[in-house]
Design a protein around this ligand. Structure first.
Ligand code: CP
Ligand code: NVA
Length: 302
């Protein structure tokens, strides 16, 4: 595996297999109460410029269970927030820590950090991508469906960091991806162009969610308004109102389709309450798997 995990393209076929295998093993060890402290004495710095529940808890608890520690560093409480350059922060932190996880706005900030750090840098979400999320979602799909090969994933909603990362996944793995986004809210153009060219089973962008959901094995959605877009929230509520996973949409998918959401969710907006809390929803298992998959990533990189 490469030094850093900044996007899905940092991984090759062998890396994906290694992550699934380790995650399965680590999940089993934890469930059976077997010690698995493979990162004794190791430290992870976690830089958060945005809020987080799952990512923070799973990385922090994950490091603890692996025998190491994680430091929660916000830009508000560190010199980064007062303008200390990424160049200095990355070089200096590399002398204290064994790895860094960053959640921030610009993808270029994470890339710049990785470029100057001599230790592994993990992307914990940017405006553009959320690789740790989609890696763990692929693991959940494997658990629920046996494999993800040839499955159809239908993503309904905003062409945001989650949609972009699904496109990268479909460019590397044998999954069919259909997306439904309102006009003006498409995924990143460059990511889409590369994804479409490299996709194994095809990537199709629709305007109509009903079309995208046809025969899907997985229905996936995310918030209409991402972190950093709060001022657009009221406009977005109107623009996205037809882009909801609800019972009507679920009928278009396969009978045994599963419903996924990276969380946090807004019931009554991007997903209906009776669907996210219904029998086809796997969102809580999905959230749990963030822990196991991130531990696998940490074991490999650190
Ligand atoms: N899905 C996800 O990344 O959740 P948090 O924002 O709570 O970390
Ligand atoms: N698209 C969402 C994902 C949150 C996990 C956001 O960026 O806020």
């Amino acid at each position: 595996m490469k030094k850093d995990l900044l996007n899905i393209y940092d991984l090759d076929a062998a890396d994906f297999e290694k992550i699934w295998q380790k995650a399965r093993k680590l999940k089993k060890s934890l469930t059976e109460g077997k010690p698995h402290a493979s990162l004794k004495g190791k430290t992870l710095g976690m830089i958060f410029d945005k809020s987080s529940t799952r990512t923070r808890i799973s990385f922090e608890v994950g490091m603890y269970q692996l025998g190491g520690i994680a430091l929660f560093l916000t830009s508000r409480d560190t010199q980064i927030g007062r303008g200390e350059p990424i160049y200095d922060s990355a070089k200096m932190m590399s002398r204290y820590l064994n790895g860094i996880m960053i959640r921030t706005f610009a993808q270029s900030s994470v890339e710049e950090f990785a470029c100057h750090a001599s230790i592994p840098v993990i992307n914990g979400l940017t405006d553009l991508l959320h690789p740790c999320q989609i890696l763990s979602d692929l693991f959940t799909i494997k658990e629920k469906k046996g494999a993800y090969d040839k499955l159809k994933i239908a993503y309904v909603g905003d062409g945001n960091n989650i949609a972009n990362t699904w496109i990268e996944a479909a460019a590397r793995l044998p999954i069919e991806l259909s997306l439904a986004c309102p006009k003006g809210y498409d995924p990143d153009k460059k990511i889409m162009a590369i994804g479409k060219k490299e996709a194994k089973e095809g990537i199709t962008l629709y305007r109509d969610p009903l079309e995208a959901a046809q025969n899907a094995d997985v229905l996936y959605t995310d918030v209409w308004t991402s972190m950093g877009q709060e001022s657009e929230q009221e406009d977005r509520k109107k623009i996205f109102k037809n882009y909801q996973i609800n019972k009507k949409l679920l009928k278009e998918a396969k009978k045994d389709a599963i419903v996924m959401h990276c969380l946090p969710a807004h019931r009554g907006e991007e997903i209906a309450a009776d669907v996210i809390d219904g029998p086809q929803s796997v969102v809580i298992d999905q959230a749990e798997n963030r822990l196991h998959v991130q531990k696998a990533i940490l074991e490999i990189l650190l």
